[in-house]
Design a protein around this ligand. Structure first.
Ligand SMILES: [Cu+2]
Length: 162
């Protein structure tokens, strides 16, 4: 494979994912493709993932948020602790430097919805509000992907659109 054959496919893939309606603007922040996973019955927590791009010239921080489906909505990070991956809450929020895109994804920074009121079902959309230090609050919807999904937008699954 050379670059000429790779590039058009890559471009198409990018266009396909960027064409989604799952983009939100909160002040100078662009939020793209929030997603979470379906949860088994009785599960107490769900992770939340998204990308934030700071199109402004001043730093901001993702502090947390809220959702009707869970008691708490926190920003977490994963880190190695004595050879074990652990997560902890970022009590001061997650830095979103000007011009940067920060990705919340599995095994990295993520949102933790704790104290789920009910299981999340694949295909539904979870309404939530994100809170930023500078940009304030803004509503988004998390697309619920399959249990075990590793990326949003139905990636890894066959797509059938008619
Ligand atoms: Cu967590």
């Amino acid at each position: 494979m050379n670059i000429r054959s790779v590039f058009p496919a890559l471009l198409l893939a990018m266009l396909a994912s960027d064409a989604s309606a799952d983009d939100y603007k909160i002040g100078n922040l662009q939020i793209s493709q929030p997603w979470t996973r379906a949860t088994p019955k009785g599960a107490a927590v769900a992770g939340g993932y998204l990308k934030v791009t700071n199109t402004g010239t001043t730093p901001d921080r993702l502090l947390g948020g809220s959702t009707d489906v869970a008691k708490r909505f926190e920003v977490h990070e994963m880190s190695m602790d004595g050879g074990v991956m652990k997560m902890r809450e970022l009590k001061n929020g997650l830095d979103i430097p000007p011009g940067a895109t920060v990705e919340l994804k599995p095994n990295s920074y993520h949102i933790m919805m704790q104290g789920l009121a009910r299981p999340l079902a694949k295909g539904e959309r979870v309404k939530a509000s994100l809170t930023f230090e500078q940009a304030g609050k803004g509503d988004v919807e998390f697309a619920v992907e399959a249990i075990g999904a590793s990326a949003g937008g139905g990636a890894g699954e066959m797509k059938h659109k008619h």
